[in-house]
Design a protein around this ligand. Structure first.
Ligand code: SF4
Length: 519
C-alpha cells in the first residue's frame, strides 16, 4: 500500500484560493510577495468621478417631491446607468431562478395563503410565539410604536451597562429612527452589513431593502471610506475597499457590549426566528456579545416550521436571483451564560391590518423584487422617495404612516403591473397604488390644480361630441402655437417629450367614412 505524505503547511497554502490564483492581472507584488488587497497600492480609476446625487429634500410633513429628487438622479448619467443596469441584472437573475422551479407559481400561491392566514389570525399566533419563545428562555417585549421600541431597547442596554452595539441590517430599525435615537442617549451603533455600514458612514438611509448602497458607484464608496476610515481616496478597487472596511470594523465588533439583529421569519410553534444574510454578519451580531436583542415586526410571523421552506425558497431567488442566501441562521434561545431579548413591534401594522384595500401589503417579505423591476425606481434611486420604504411597495406602505407627507409617492408609478407579477407573496401592488391615488383624492391630499384638471378631463371624456370637438380644435391649433405655450413649467409631460404631429384624419372619422359606423 502506498503511503500518502501530506505536504507541509505553508503560509501560501493557508491563503484563500482566489489569492493564490496564478496569472491574476490585478495581483500586486512587493519584494516577491503577493499583497493582500488592503495592502495594495493606489490605482486611481478616475481623476474626477461624477458626484453622487443625494436623495429627496425633506421639509417636515410637507409632501416629499420624489420627481425633483429623481430628476437630479437622472441628471447624473453614470449613476443612473449603473443603477438601472445593476437592478435589471438582479431581475434577470430572478427570472432565471424562477424558470428553474416548475412549481414556482404554486409556491407563490402557498406563500400568499400562509401569510393571509397568519395575518387574519395574528393575535393567536403572536401569543403562541410569545409563549414558545419564553419557554426557550427568551425575554419577550412588546412595542406599540417606534418610540416604545427605542426606549425598550435602550432600557435593556442600560440594564447591562452596554455602551456599544453591533447590529445587522433591519428595515424595522430604520423605520424606528433607531440609530439617531441611540446616538442621542450616548450609545454607539456599528452596522455590520457592508452596504449598511457604507450608508451609516455616509450618514444616509439605505436606498434598497436588500442592497442598501446600490445607488453608489465604487468611487462614491472610496470617497466615503477615505473620509471616515482613512483609505486612499483615489483607490476604488472593490476588494481593497471591502477589506479596509473589514479591518476597521472587526475590532469594534469584537469589543461590542451587545448585538442586535432583525428577523426575516418568526415561527409561532417553536418560538424561533430566522435571519437571512449573505455576509454572516447577523451571526456575528448575535453570537459575539453575550447580549442579543432582536427587533421583530409583528407581520413576520408564520405558523409552523414546515412553512419556513416555502419562504426560504422564494426569498433569495426573488431578491438576488440566487437559490439561497449564504447564511440562513436560526435563533432558538440564549447561549449558555448569554441573554436573548425579542422586541415585537407594531408601529402602525395593526392600523394597516384593518385597511380594507391595503392590509395585504403586510404579506411583504422585503425581497426587493418589485423595486428591481420598477422602471421608475431603477432610474430614480431609492433615496428619491424620501422614506424608509421605496419603490412600488413603498408607495403603499409610506402613506399609511403619513398620508400628507407621502401624498405624491403613489403617482410615481407607471402602473405597468410588473411589480405585481414578480412579487413572491402575490401582493396586488399596482392595484393598491391606484387605490392610494383614489384615497388621497378623497382625503384632499392631491393638489387642487390636478384634481380640477382631472374633473374637467373626466367631463370631456364622458361627452363624445365635446371630446371630438376638442380633439379637432387641438389638432388645428397646436402646430401654430409658440413653443413656450406648450413646453413650459406647467407641462411636466413635455419636459422630455415632443408632442407628436397629429395624423390627417382621426380613426373615428376614418371609420365613419370607410365603414359607415355609428358614432
Ligand atoms: S412587495 Fe413583494 S416584491 Fe416587493 S419587496 Fe415585498 S415581497 Fe418583495
Amino acid at each position: 500500500m502506498n503511503s500518502v505524505t501530506k505536504p507541509p503547511r505553508t503560509d501560501e497554502s493557508l491563503l484563500h484560493p482566489e489569492l493564490q490564483a496564478a496569472g491574476d492581472p490585478d495581483a500586486i507584488f512587493r519584494n516577491g510577495r503577493r499583497l493582500d488587497h488592503a495592502e495594495g497600492s493606489s490605482r486611481p480609476l478616475k481623476s474626477q468621478p461624477e458626484p453622487q446625487p443625494r436623495g429627496a429634500k425633506i421639509h417636515g410633513s410637507r409632501p416629499v417631491d420624489q420627481a425633483e429628487a429623481a430628476a437630479r438622479f437622472i441628471a447624473a448619467p453614470e449613476h443612473e446607468k449603473m443603477h438601472d443596469e445593476r437592478l435589471w441584472d438582479l431581475r434577470q437573475k430572478r427570472d432565471r431562478e424562477m424558470h428553474g422551479i416548475p412549481e414556482w407559481e404554486e409556491l407563490r400561491s402557498l406563500a400568499s395563503a400562509i401569510k393571509e392566514h397568519t395575518l387574519t389570525h395574528l393575535d393567536h399566533y403572536l401569543e403562541e410565539f410569545e409563549a414558545s419563545a419564553q419557554a426557550n428562555g427568551i425575554h419577550v417585549h412588546w412595542a406599540a410604536d417606534a418610540a416604545e421600541h427605542n426606549r425598550t431597547v435602550h432600557g435593556i442596554l442600560k440594564g447591562h451597562g452596554a455602551r456599544t452595539l453591533i447590529k445587522s441590517k433591519s428595515m424595522l430599525t430604520e423605520e424606528c429612527g433607531f440609530r439617531p435615537y441611540m446616538a442621542s442617549v450616548g450609545i454607539e451603533v456599528i452596522e455590520t452589513d457592508l452596504g449598511e455600514r457604507i450608508q451609516q458612514l455616509d450618514n444616509e438611509d439605505p436606498s434598497h431593502v436588500v442592497v442598501p448602497a446600490v445607488h453608489k458607484l465604487r468611487t462614491d464608496v472610496a470617497k466615503v471610506f477615505s473620509e471616515s476610515i482613512g483609505t486612499d481616496p483615489d483607490n476604488s478597487e472593490v476588494h481593497y475597499l471591502a477589506e479596509a472596511q473589514r479591518e476597521a470594523t472587526r475590532p469594534l465588533i469584537l469589543a461590542a457590549d451587545a448585538g442586535m439583529t432583525g428577523c426575516n421569519f418568526a415561527v409561532a410553534e417553536t418560538g424561533t426566528f430566522v435571519v437571512c444574510t449573505n455576509e454572516g454578519n447577523a451571526d456575528l451580531s448575535a453570537n459575539v456579545p453575550k447580549l442579543h436583542i432582536a427587533s421583530i415586526g409583528i407581520e413576520k410571523l408564520i405558523p409552523r416550521l414546515e412553512h419556513l421552506a416555502v419562504f426560504v425558497r422564494l426569498l433569495s431567488r426573488s431578491a438576488l436571483g440566487s437559490p439561497l442566501t449564504q447564511y440562513t441562521s436560526h435563533f432558538r434561545g440564549p447561549r449558555k451564560g448569554a441573554e436573548m431579548h425579542i422586541v415585537l413591534v407594531d408601529n402602525g401594522r395593526s392600523r394597516r391590518l384593518v385597511m380594507q384595500e391595503f392590509w395585504t401589503s403586510l404579506k411583504c417579505i422585503r425581497c426587493g423584487a418589485c423595486m428591481n423591476t420598477c422602471p421608475v425606481y431603477r432610474r430614480s434611486g431609492g433615496l428619491s422617495y424620501g422614506a424608509t420604504y421605496s419603490g412600488p411597495i413603498g408607495l403603499i406602505i409610506d402613506p399609511t404612516y403619513n398620508a400628507r407627507k407621502f401624498s405624491k409617492l403613489p403617482f410615481s408609478s407607471t402602473l405597468n403591473g410588473s411589480c405585481t407579477n414578480v412579487c413572491p407573496v402575490k401582493i396586488n401592488i399596482h392595484e393598491q397604488i391606484l387605490a392610494w391615488r383614489r384615497e388621497l383624492v378623497r382625503q384632499h391630499e392631491v393638489p387642487f390644480a390636478k384634481t380640477a384638471l382631472m374633473k374637467a378631463a373626466g367631463k370631456l371624456l364622458s361627452h363624445p361630441a365635446a371630446y371630438r370637438a376638442a380633439v379637432s380644435a387641438a389638432d388645428a391649433v397646436l402646430p401654430h402655437l409658440p413653443r413656450f405655450v406648450i413646453y413650459n413649467g406647467l407641462n411636466a409631460w413635455g419636459k422630455h417629450r415632443e408632442v407628436p404631429t397629429a395624423p390627417q384624419q382621426t380613426f373615428h372619422s376614418w371609420y365613419q367614412t370607410n365603414r359607415g359606423g355609428a358614432s
